[in-house]
Design a protein around this ligand. Structure first.
Ligand SMILES: C[S@@+](CC[C@H](N)C(=O)[O-])C[C@H]1O[C@@H](n2cnc3c(N)ncnc32)[C@H](O)[C@@H]1O
Length: 358
């Protein structure tokens, strides 16, 4: 395109503003990570209106940096600023999103993921040229931290209260004492929640990434549940097929190089009457419906490009479903893997839950 082309300058202006907004979001994520690490949000939430000097004093940080950080946070609407007394305030409704991991609305755990993506732009630029995959374990560790923190919020909100009861007969089996395998378990957040709710059951998480398994083991020890929750390094087609009542994939199925093979392997690992549970991002069945109906698609596709698609391409088969494959495509994969019954059992804002039986 020549830039001599007659342009609708209103459209150019509006689009440039939108790009400025996107760039501001990308930059703000970096400041959010710093605010989170230094406890600036937590201190703001506890202290009420503060001056930069007071916030710096409360957090053992430098007043000059904190003043600039607060100005940026006010500019993007995270904190309010009172020009009369020079104070800054984090409203409680904002604190619920950025000052704690424990609120159902918490999103601060997603900020390190943005930093993690930025740290791999060189590797991903090369991957785009070569078409080669990038394994999950080659990502920046901030990705692993962020996945655990951010995903756990949704799991804590929905897993025990809504998703498990929505599966046919699964809660009863877990209460009585079931065997559960979680594939692509990462740091193990969902299994630890299940272990807390169903003390009669036994849980094993499997993941190909050794350092994630180390972290998961230390989380289980910290939670005092190591006697009934174990974690093992294993490829999704390598764990013992030990007659599990429930095999789960939490946001890992679309990451696999060979999801058909992994689902078929899991089918052979199920006990009679056992259930396969897939937790996958909510998506439409085609790009147009995903773009129209999934408000977080921009973030999902970013993560999918750098993480999910890249990991799948790093493995044999390299099907590369992408994180927003959609229910119809996932059903097709499960059918190919030999599942006769597939049902969408539940969903929340971010995830849908598919229940499959042989
Ligand atoms: C997006 S993370 C999800 C982690 C965890 N399930 C959660 O929800 O917090 C995907 C996980 O799948 C694992 N993974 C990818 N390919 C795998 C494979 N072929 N076999 C086993 N695990 C795999 C990665 O190492 C990573 O921990």
């Amino acid at each position: 395109m020549s830039i001599d082309t007659e342009l609708d300058m209103n459209t150019v202006g509006a689009f440039a503003e939108r790009i400025a907004g996107l760039l501001t979001g990308g930059a703000t994520a970096a400041l959010m990570v710093v605010g989170d690490r230094l406890g600036l949000y937590r201190a703001l939430a506890e202290a009420g209106p503060v001056t930069p000097a007071r916030l710096a004093g409360l957090t053992g940080t430098s007043e000059r940096y904190v003043r600039e950080w607060l100005a940026q946070q006010a500019a993007v609407g995270i904190v309010g600023h009172d020009a009369a007394d020079g104070s800054f305030t984090l409203p409680p409704e904002h604190a619920a999103v950025v000052a704690t991991d424990d609120s159902p609305a918490s999103m601060i755990g997603a900020a390190p993921m943005i930093t993690g993506l930025h740290r791999r732009v060189d590797a991903m630029t090369d991957a785009f040229r070569t078409g080669e995959g990038v394994a999950w374990g080659a990502q920046d560790p901030m990705i692993f931290e962020s996945t655990e923190r951010f995903f756990r919020v949704g799991y804590r909100n929905s897993l025990v209260a809504e998703w498990i009861p929505a599966l046919d007969g699964v809660r009863e089996r877990l209460e009585a004492g079931a065997r559960v395998a979680d594939i692509g378990c990462g740091h193990g957040a969902p299994l630890l929640l299940l272990a807390g709710a169903f003390p009669n059951s036994r849980f094993t998480g499997f993941d190909a990434h050794g350092p994630s398994i180390e972290t998961a083991r230390s989380r289980a020890a910290g939670a005092g549940v190591s006697d009934r929750v174990g974690f093992e390094v294993s490829h999704c087609q390598g764990y013992p097929q030990d007659e599990y009542d429930l095999v789960t994939f939490f946001d890992s199925f679309h990451d696999l190089g060979d999801p058909v093979g992994a689902a078929a392997y899991a089918r052979a690992a199920l006990a009679p009457g056992g259930t396969l549970m897939l937790v996958e991002p909510v998506a439409g069945d085609d790009l147009a419906s995903t773009l129209a109906g999934v408000p977080t698609a921009g973030l999902n596709y970013a993560a999918s490009t750098f993480l999910c698609t890249a990991n799948s391409l790093s493995q044999p088969v390299g099907l590369a479903l992408g994180s927003l494959a959609g229910e119809a495509r996932l059903r097709q994969v499960l059918r190919e893997a030999g599942y006769g019954s597939v049902r969408r059992a539940a969903e929340n804002m971010f995830n849908m839950v598919l229940e499959a039986r042989p």
